[in-house]
Design a protein around this ligand. Sequence first.
Ligand SMILES: Nc1ncnc2c1ncn2[C@@H]1O[C@H](COP(=O)(O)OP(=O)(O)OP(=O)(O)O)[C@@H](O)[C@H]1O
Ligand code: SF4
Ligand SMILES: [Mg+2]
Length: 341
Amino acid sequence: MSPEVTRGAGDPLLAVDGLTIDLTGHGGQQGLVQDVTFAVHGGESVALIGESGCGKTMTAMAVLGLLPGGFTVTGGSIRFQGRDLLACSEREMRSVRGRSIGAIFQEPMSSLNPTMRVGDQIAEVRRLHFRENRKVALRRARELLDRVGIPDAEKRLASYPHELSGGMQQRVMIASAIACDPELVLADEPTTALDVTIQAEILELLRDLRREQGIAVLLVTHDLGVVADFCDRVVAMYAGSVVERSDVERLFGEPAHPYTRALLDAVPHTGRPRTVLPVIQGRVPAAGQFPTGCRFEPRCAHGGHDRCSVPQHEASLQDGRYTRCARIADGDLVLPEGRAR
Ligand SMILES: Nc1ncnc2c1ncn2[C@@H]1O[C@H](COP(=O)(O)OP(=O)(O)OP(=O)(O)O)[C@@H](O)[C@H]1O
Ligand code: SF4
Ligand SMILES: [Mg+2]
């Protein structure tokens, strides 16, 4: 029997609530992803940011039901269109993936089948979810290649992935991700492997898809310029936890959490010379080595306080912003307004 669907008007498209993932085995970590909460509403774009190893991809994989071996969801819920995805069987998840949630990854070649013509790969998604015959599905595949800006789409249907450039391969992956008109596209660093001009073109394509088809996007990225340009809201993660959630304007103008501040201060302000870029001292702890108190404490300029040595919980600030710093939540730490200069 399918999991119960409970979604009221105004409820988010995707609601991740208290998601916790443990990693077992050597170098294991309880709460590798700990108490992650965020939502994506229909048509909006939400960024998942944080340094390498913060748990962005594992969070995204949990949404897709594709966690690798050794990773187990041990707490929380993931609801998509009101449906509890964690209660879905693998067969049910297969009907969600590709149909209602499209996925785009950093390396198109790791997702495309090298032995299959791109037309057939895209058509296969339509055939699987809509049971279209090959001819109808291929016609749709040609339209999709055209839609994602691949020139001479008719001819390209017969190409193998290796015959295409990296940018074209990424367009094919996007065509495949949107083949069934999904409500949500999950894009994990979709442009990182591409050169700057192609990056801009791919982002423009994603922007058009949002505008024209109302597709919501959960974008995992390291690029804060892309976040500022493309996203409505931001979820900042550190060592497996969400440290701040905010709309884009306030996150950039007035970051609340010491980590988010440090992250933003590590990118240049307009007009500031690149030579004085601060870096955040230290690095994200490896799995198995997370501090028991605030996970950011070893690198935090405001650590060393009693409140920092206990596990941190998300606290609401004003205006729909959330942070995970007990000192800020208690009003014990008041950071200067705006960003550091
Ligand atoms: N296959 C794996 N086996 C063991 N640990 C892993 C594996 N993949 C990731 N990890 C660990 O899980 C944690 C979260 O990794 P994740 O890939 O989600 O980070 P990320 O935020 O996506 O980083 P990046 O920005 O580099 O992609 C890290 O501590 C990482 O070392
Ligand atoms: S709880 Fe303490 S260590 Fe953690 S971010 Fe806040 S001030 Fe820094
Ligand atoms: Mg990742």
